[in-house]
Write a protein that binds this ligand. Structure first.
Ligand code: ADP
Ligand code: ZN
Ligand code: ZN
Length: 753
């Protein structure tokens, strides 16, 4: 037997993998993740190394391969655990061991030694308030952000001020000079109980929150390490519950990873955790440089912090006493990696938790079908929060407006009369409005304003996109046509695009409500560093009346003065051609609706749609997750889609179209034959092959067949048993490599399609 090892993870990139022989006496001990000792280099100096792969055939000349000297026994440390996790990732999601290792292990970066500094506020309460008023008057925005934060916390780590509050050194200088603040080195700002500074201010949990916490504790203290789903309506106090769970786990000397989608990782959220847990927190986000990331990693590894907060990649924080992984907004697409290995954070978190003896908590107002399915079938424990947490705050009233009727009634504006009325009332009484426009399937999308039908490509099941003023293009097959004069379905002349989305909506809103101050938040207006926070802050300080935006505005922001949420075209995302489109639509409408009425005044949500009867629209309007789930799971059952079964995808890509087709068809054929044979032997054993429910679908063109002159074909495998599908997939990958075009076509796979 031979072992592939990496020598000293922290010192080098993981690119260099070395091969050693496993002597017979060590065969029982050496496993993936084991720390072994090997003779290294010319002088055969003894070095320690980690085993990343074990194989029977060496790649190098066996004559030249050296023997492993010894193997550490005992339990696996955190490095070893992460290597085993990399192996799990590779087995489940494909790719190479190298790609998997790079995903889980930090690659060393040169970093400037950084002093940890803390900003202390030297003003007393009255002086602080006076300084805040002055900053307001003089419009010193950065200073205002910092001073306002001092109301809640008198000491703020410099790093958080920089990365979360966007305070530059130049705005700190005058404050240092006039004695408003002082810089401290290495200040530890922990309260007596080891928590943050304002533990006294935490709210008393309501009954449902308290139950979620005590159920978790009971399981945790009994040593049960499973997954718990917290299904709680927007604003039900999930975050408050997370903090209690974290407290419990931290108090037992364990560490916590909290995943939050990047888009929701605003300073509002971060400061909430910081105020509670002080500097035991490390925060990751994609804006950190590689060196800063590495620095956070090292802080985790040295045990300087015990909470890692961040998006997907925070999952690999090198904690060796990990007790809990929380995934907030677990339904978010962002938890699935788009790059190889295409891992999903939820499943990977469970794999990591199993290795470290930790448990997993998932939270959402609109759990993914997968998670709720597992909760229903008893694989996950379930906690529910059914009402809003702030006393007196209720879920907003929702109204569905059928836009076809609006036109029939003579209204050609994109504002229904109902929405118009609510906006006017809100503006008059000094309240705020949010308008949400779904970008997906929206830009340049043309539909008939009388019958609501979108213009479809005659060859595909997707809608056409307007290019320029007159040309309609199918992005999936390349079909092109002129924009027709009348609707092909009903003959109406009112064919209209919704233009480029937010920009056009902002312009129309301006015309419709002259004098209203409008802010726009989308990919364009938030490209610049810090501009997202800037917009959010302007809106929360009521410097604008109407916030217009895409998905970005519906994620987790809390604006108490918003009383009206207009969902401009709720069904746009129903037109995307995949089986998750209803789920996505339901979740978007629900999250959007949840933004209104979070303060004392009740909220109104207006859902404008051409499909008022669609169950995703209806159940979202009623904020009824259970009703949606029942309808959707029935559909998945009938059509044979996950989570009722498992589904995997094999992708073939090449600039050579003929080779792609040959390869995809060849693989499908070999696979069908192989599967048929194994099912025959299953039948011979007296089992029913139908129970495996195995289906091989395709090959078919990818939803976007050609991208940058690369052709893409897909093969889908469905079945009832995940493990068996994995085997079938691996068999397919192996068969593909034997085909004559193997050298020309890239083959990859995706596990949870
Ligand atoms: P979610 O994460 O479910 O959207 P949050 O935890 O953000 O909900 O809570 C929403 C609001 O309710 C926050 O302003 C929070 O401070 C407040 N809140 C949470 N729990 C309570 C409680 N038990 N009593 C009073 N207010 C609460
Ligand atoms: Zn087409
Ligand atoms: Zn029509």
């Amino acid at each position: 037997m031979y072992a592939k090892v990496i020598v000293d993870i922290s010192a080098s990139s993981v690119d260099r993998i070395f091969e050693y022989r496993i002597p017979a006496r060590l065969e029982a001990d050496v496993r993936i993740g084991s720390c072994v000792h090997v003779p290294f280099g010319q002088g055969n100096r003894q070095r320690s190394a980690y085993v990343v792969e074990i194989c029977e055939e060496p790649e190098f000349d066996p004559e030249k391969i050296k023997d492993i000297l010894s193997c550490d026994d005992g339990s696996l440390g955190v490095q070893s655990q992460l290597i085993v996790l990399a192996k799990w990732i590779r087995e489940n999601y494909g790719g190479t061991m190298n790609q998997a290792l790079k995903t889980v292990l930090p690659v060393k970066q040169k970093i400037r030694p950084q002093e940890k500094k803390t900003i202390l506020c030297l003003l007393d309460q009255d002086a602080l308030e006076a300084a805040i008023r002055e900053a307001e008057r003089k419009k010193y925005r950065a200073r205002l952000r910092l001073l306002t934060e001092f109301r809640l916390a008198r000491a703020i780590p410099l790093e958080i001020a920089r990365t979360q509050l966007h305070i530059s050194d130049s705005s700190l200088e005058p404050l240092l000079e006039d004695g408003t603040i002082r810089m401290e080195k290495e200040t530890v700002i922990r309260g007596s109980c080891g928590a943050g500074q304002d533990t006294g201010k935490k709210p008393v949990l309501n009954e449902e929150q308290a139950l979620a916490v005590s159920d978790f504790r009971a399981e945790y203290d009994a040593g049960i390490r499973g997954t718990r789903l917290i299904c709680g309506v927007t604003g039900s106090g999930k975050t408050e519950v997370y903090m209690e769970l974290m407290d419990h786990v931290l108090s037992q000397g364990k560490q916590v990873i909290l995943l939050i989608p990047e888009i929701s990782l605003t300073y509002q959220t971060v400061m909430r955790f910081y105020r509670r847990f002080g500097d035991r927190i490390a925060i990751l986000n994609s804006r950190l440089s590689a060196g800063e990331r590495y620095d956070q990693w090292m802080r985790a590894q040295k045990g300087e912090v015990s909470i890692m907060i961040g998006p997907r990649s925070a999952l690999f924080a090198p904690f060796d006493r990990l007790g809990l992984i929380i995934i907030d907004e677990e339904h978010e697409n962002a938890y699935k990696s788009e790059n190889v290995p295409r891992y999903h954070a939820r499943e990977t978190a469970e794999a990591r938790a199993r290795l470290s003896g930790a448990c997993v908590v998932l939270g959402s107002a609109t759990p993914s079908m997968e998670s709720f399915f597992r909760a229903e079938s008893g694989k996950y424990s379930l906690s529910r929060l059914t009402g809003r947490a702030v006393p007196g705050s209720v879920l907003p009233q929702t109204e569905i407006v059928d836009m076809r009727e609006e036109l029939a009634g003579g209204n050609r504006s994109i504002f229904s009369r109902t929405l118009h009325r609510h906006i006017e009332t809100a503006l008059k009484s000094g309240e705020q409005v949010m308008l949400f426009i779904n970008r997906r399937g929206y830009a340049g999308f043309i539909s008939c304003r009388s019958c609501g039908k979108p213009l479809h490509c005659p060859h595909c099941d997707v809608s056409l996109t307007l290019h320029g003023k007159k040309r309609l293009v199918c992005h999936y097959c390349g079909y092109e046509t002129e924009l027709p004069q009348t609707c092909p379905a009903c003959g109406s002349r009112y064919l209209a695009g919704f233009g480029t989305g937010t920009q056009k909506l902002a312009w129309m809103t301006e015309k419709e409500f002259p004098g209203a101050r409008i802010l726009r938040m989308d990919a364009d207006t938030t490209r610049k560093k810090g501009s997202l926070e800037e917009i959010l802050e302007q809106f929360s300080e009521h410097e604008a009346d109407i916030l217009i935006g895409t998905q970005m505005i519906v994620k987790g922001h809390d604006f108490p003065a918003v009383t009206v949420m207009g969902i401009m075209a709720a069904d746009m995302s129903l037109n995307t051609p995949d089986y998750r489109s209803s789920e996505r639509t339901f979740s978007l409408i629900t999250q959007a609706a949840g933004r209104a009425g979070r303060g004392e005044k009740p909220g109104h949500v207006v859902i404008q749609t051409y499909m008022p009867d669609h169950y995703a629209v209806q159940t979202a309007a009623a904020q009824d997750y259970d009703a949606f789930y029942r309808a959707e799971i029935a559909y998945r059952r009938i059509s044979g889609y996950p989570p009722v079964c498992a589904m995997m995808e094999i992708r073939f890509q090449s600039p050579d179209e003929v080779a792609v087709i040959r390869m995809a068809e060849g693989t499908a054929e070999l696979l069908r034959r192989g599967v048929e044979k194994s099912l025959e032997s299953v039948a011979k054993r007296g089992e029913d092959p139908a129970e495996y429910g195995i289906e091989i679908i395709g090959p078919a063109d990818a939803p976007v067949y050609r991208v940058k002159d690369v052709y893409r074909k897909m093969l889908y495998i469905k079945g009832m048993k995940y493990d068996i599908l994995l085997k079938i997939r691996n068999y397919a990958l192996k068969m593909a490599q034997k085909l004559p075009d193997a050298g020309k076509v890239a083959v990859s796979c995706d596990t949870d399609v």
